[in-house]
Design a protein around this ligand. Structure first.
Ligand SMILES: *Cc1c(COP(=O)(O)O)cnc(C)c1O
Length: 390
C-alpha cells in the first residue's frame, strides 16, 4: 500500500486506538517511573535486554509516540524529544562535537544558538565560523581541518534570507561534515531537509508544531539510527527530555499543522504585499515574495513561505518601537507560529545578546521588525498594521 500523505500521517501515524480501549486520542502517560514485576525484570531492563519502560527521563510512551510521528514526518530513522528547542540544539551539538572541533554556521542564527556557540568556544574550545553559504567555495573557505558540523538555519531568523540546502549538502558530503538544519520556521509540512541529504533536523516545537503558544519544547530528527543512538546518552545525562504532557499537547497540535501552515502562509503573503506598498515601510523580507533575492531557492526547497515576515521602517529604533506601541490586535511578544499575530524588535529583544557589529553583519538593523502572522482574518491584521504605521 502507498504510504499515506503527510496530512494523514500528522493525524494517525504510530497510533492504534484498539490497543488503548478504543480511545480516539492517544493516552497521556503522566508518570515518572514504571514498576517491574520482578527484580529480574528490573535487572534485565537496566542491562538493555528488555524493552520495558524504566523511568521517564529515559523514555515515556506518550513522548515516544511523538518521536515516532516526527521521525516519519521529517523522513528520518529516529527522533529525540526535548524540553525546549535550545535543549535540542545544545544536546545535538554536544553529542556531535568535542574540544578542538569546529562548526561552520549560517550568518544569522537564533539569538540563543549564537549565545551557545560563543559559550562552547570560550569554555570548551569548540570553535565556529559564520558563513554566507552562497556557494560551496564559501563553505570551504569558512571551514578548518577540524570542521565536523555545518549548522544551518533557513529561512534565517530574523532576516528571512534563504540558504540553498543543496549547496550545503554537496559540500558537506565531499568533506564528511554532518549537516544540522534548524527547520523551526518551516515545520515538516513546508520543508524536509533530510530528503535533500541533510543529517539532522531540529525544531523549536514551541513554534509551529505546537501552534497554540502553550508549550516550550524541542525535537531533533536524525537521518540514521546511529546518529540518534549517539545523542541518546547525552540527552539522558544532561537531562533535557520533554515532559509527557507537553508531548501530548504537541500530538494535538500536529493534527492541525497542515491547515494552520496553509493559513499562516496565505495570510503572510497578503500582509507582505500590503507592507511593500506602504510608504512608511522601507524593505520587506518574505521568502515567497517574487522580489525576494532568494525567491528561486525558497520556492525550490519550501512548499510555501510560512508565517514570518521581517520589515524595516523608514527611521530609527524609536520609530520602530512606536509602531509596535500603536498596535492593538497584534501583540508585542517573542516566539512565533501561534494563532495570534505577534511582533517583536530583534535588535533589543531576541537578538539583544548578539554584539551590535555582528548584528549589523547579520542584517539585524535597529529599524527591523519581525512579524509572526497568525490565523486571524487577514483583513483585521492589515487594518491594525495600517493604523500603527500611520
Ligand atoms: C525559538 C527558536 C529556538 C529555540 O527554541 P526554544 O523552544 O525557545 O528553546 C531555536 N531556533 C529557532 C529558529 C527558534 O525560533
Amino acid at each position: 500500500m502507498k504510504r499515506p500523505n503527510l496530512e494523514t500521517l500528522l493525524i494517525h501515524h504510530g497510533y492504534e486506538a484498539k490497543e488503548y480501549g478504543g480511545s480516539l486520542t492517544p493516552p497521556l502517560f503522566q508518570t515518572s517511573t514504571y514498576t517491574f514485576e520482578t527484580a529480574k525484570q528490573g535487572e534485565l531492563s537496566f542491562r538493555g535486554e528488555s524493552n520495558q519502560y524504566i523511568y521517564s527521563r529515559l523514555g515515556n510512551p506518550t513522548v515516544q509516540l511523538l518521536e515516532e510521528r516526527m521521525a516519519v514526518l521529517e523522513g528520518g530513522a529516529d527522533a529525540l524529544a526535548f524540553g525546549s528547542g535550545m535543549a535540542a540544539v545544545s544536546t545535538v551539538l554536544l553529542s556531535l562535537l568535542k574540544t578542538g572541533d569546529h562548526i561552520v554556521c549560517s550568518k544569522g542564527l537564533y539569538g540563543c544558538t549564537y549565545g551557545l556557540l560563543e559559550m562552547l568556544q570560550e569554555r570548551f574550545g569548540i570553535t565556529h565560523t559564520l558563513c554566507d553559504m552562497k556557494s560551496e567555495n564559501d563553505l570551504l573557505h569558512a571551514s578548518t581541518l577540524n570542521t565536523k558540523v555545518v549548522f544551518v538555519e533557513t529561512p534565517i531568523n530574523p532576516t528571512m534570507q534563504i540558504i540553498d540546502l543543496q549547496i550545503v549538502v554537496s559540500a558537506a558530503k565531499k568533506q564528511g561534515w554532518i549537516t544540522v538544519v534548524d527547520n523551526t520556521f518551516c515545520s515538516p509540512y513546508l520543508q524536509n531537509p533530510l530528503a535533500l541529504g541533510c543529517d539532522v533536523v531540529l525544531h523549536s516545537a514551541t513554534k509551529y508544531i505546537c501552534g497554540h503558544g502553550d508549550v516550550v519544547a524541542g525535537i531533533a530528527v536524525c537521518k540514521t539510527a546511529a546518529l540518534a543512538e549517539c545523542m541518546r546518552p547525552m540527552r539522558k545525562d544532561t537531562g533535557g527530555i520533554m515532559s509527557p504532557f507537553d508531548a501530548w499537547l504537541l500530538l494535538r497540535g500536529l493534527k492541525t499543522l497542515a491547515v494552520r501552515m496553509d493559513r499562516h502562509s496565505a495570510n503572510a503573503i497578503k500582509v507582505a504585499t500590503f507592507l511593500k506598498e506602504h510608504p512608511a515601510v522601507e524593505n520587506v523580507y518574505y521568502p515567497f515574495s517574487t522580489d525576494h533575492p532568494d525567491y528561486h531557492i525558497a520556492t525550490k526547497q519550501m512548499k510555501q513561505g510560512a508565517g514570518v515576515i521581517s520589515f524595516t521602517i523608514h527611521g530609527d529604533m524609536e520609530k520602530a518601537q512606536a509602531v509596535m506601541d500603536r498596535l492593538e490586535l497584534i501583540s508585542i511578544a517573542v516566539s512565533l507560529g501561534d494563532a495570534e499575530t505577534l511582533i517583536q524588535h530583534p535588535a533589543t529583544m531576541t537578538h539583544a545578546v548578539v554584539p551590535k557589529t555582528i548584528r549589523e553583519q547579520m542584517g539585524i538593523h535597529d529599524n527591523l521588525l519581525r512579524l509572526s502572522v497568525g490565523l486571524e482574518a487577514c483583513e483585521d491584521i492589515v487594518k491594525d498594521l495600517e493604523k500603527a504605521l500611520g
